[in-house]
Design a protein around this ligand. Structure first.
Ligand SMILES: NC(=O)c1ccc[n+]([C@@H]2O[C@H](COP(=O)([O-])OP(=O)(O)OC[C@H]3O[C@@H](n4cnc5c(N)ncnc54)[C@H](OP(=O)(O)O)[C@@H]3O)[C@@H](O)[C@H]2O)c1
Length: 334
């Protein structure tokens, strides 16, 4: 059985693009005791792929040069020597950017019955857990408070804003372009949107958040985060989820100008990584599933066809071409 995958050949200088990868045949070991052979069906593309490919230590070690690119994927079990799994099971794990892989069965999680790979990545999985725990646990969000979320038409941001509405918050989304702003307000029910590409964000935050921002769910960093810091309410919380505007930076980023307002408002800035919440995933699944079934959680997917397009497709996250969860369809469900 031949297997192919994307090998990380070079560290990115700015963008993580096709030049950094090579399409190669990848050996498949035999399925030994406790392991499982998976066929990849759907690969999640995430901003953090850019972080994993850089040489800098982060919350996970850098992907070694010469190895298959790390990636979260949904696959189907083809052969199992682990009693937990049988052929035909749908599972997710760190399967990498490759067609097939042999992994320990202990490293896999099953998809709930009836949940498609698209739904898994858009609503449940790491995206749903990030939105749910980031807003409710890190952000301590409460009904009646004002929430501002950046990258609001993206995978995490679009869920965060809807969860905010579901618990009774006033929600303002920041997104790039009129169509994304229309989508989050008219279709997803956000109270207001700011198009950071054509509007003065600080001025619009003053207008839309007259009593300040209680929770800033920060996905972007840089100038957008700085504008939010300047508008923080008394005891406001900044949930530092991501800083996508900085991931491709070649020089040192400039620091925020409005930190003094965090002091004056007795605010809090807290970073978090969704991996820390995996043991509590069941709490979120129940609530996310309930909202989904009740039509109170909508999602969009941006599905690119073919693993061969994965390196080029990653840039959709950085150019803003994606709306909702970006993923690559590698193979059809058997
Ligand atoms: N802490 C965690 O555990 C965790 C887990 C998952 C994700 N994250 C973070 O959450 C954030 C969103 O991730 P996602 O997977 O949901 O991606 P996403 O929001 O679906 O896609 C990224 C979006 O970011 C926006 N963007 C890109 N470059 C930008 C820039 N320079 N300035 C302003 N906006 C920019 C684009 O939207 P526009 O068209 O609106 O510009 C793009 O659609 C990322 O920062 C990611 O690293 C963190």
């Amino acid at each position: 059985m031949t297997n192919h995958g994307w090998i990380l050949e070079r560290r990115p200088v700015e963008k993580l693009d096709s030049d950094c990868f090579a399409w190669r045949e990848v050996a498949l070991p035999a399925v030994g005791p406790g392991s499982v052979r998976m066929k990849t069906l759907m690969l999640s593309l995430d901003p953090t792929n850019r972080i994993w490919a850089s040489p800098v230590e982060s919350y996970l070690p850098p992907v070694p040069l010469g190895e298959v690119m790390r990636g979260i994927a949904v696959g189907v079990v083809e052969e199992s020597a682990d009693p937990r799994w049988k052929a035909g099971d749908l599972v997710q794990g760190m399967l990498g950017w490759q067609e097939r892989v042999v992994v320990p069965g202990a490293a896999l999680n099953g998809l709930p019955p009836g949940v498609t790979p698209e739904q898994w990545f858009a609503v449940f999985g790491h995206i749903g857990l990030t939105a749910y725990f980031g807003l409710l646990d890190v952000g301590k969000a409460e009904a009646g408070e004002t929430l501002v979320v950046s990258a609001a038409a993206g995978a995490v941001g679009s869920l965060v804003g809807q969860i905010g509405k579901n618990i009774g918050m006033h929600v303002v989304g920041i997104a790039g372009g009129a169509e994304k702003c229309r989508w989050i307000t008219e279709d997803l029910g956000f109270d207001a949107a700011i198009d950071y590409k054509s509007e003065d964000v600080a001025k619009r935050l003053r207008e839309l958040c007259p009593a300040g921002i209680d929770v800033d769910f920060e996905n972007v960093g840089g100038e957008i985060m700085d504008a939010c810091l300047g508008r923080l309410a008394l005891r406001g919380r900044v949930v530092l989820c991501g800083m996508i505007s900085q991931y491709n930076a070649t020089g040192a980023p400039s620091g925020p100008k409005n930190l003094a307002n965090v002091l004056m408002q007795r605010g809090r800035i807290e970073g978090f990584i969704v991996l820390d919440y995996l043991p509590r995933a069941g709490e979120a699944f129940g609530k996310l599933g309930e909202w989904l079934a009740a039509g109170k959680l909508q999602y969009a997917t941006d599905v690119v066809l073919g693993l061969e397009h994965a390196p080029a497709a990653l840039d959709r996250l950085f150019s803003g071409a994606n709306r909702g969860k970006l993923m690559v369809k590698v193979a059809d469900l058997p």
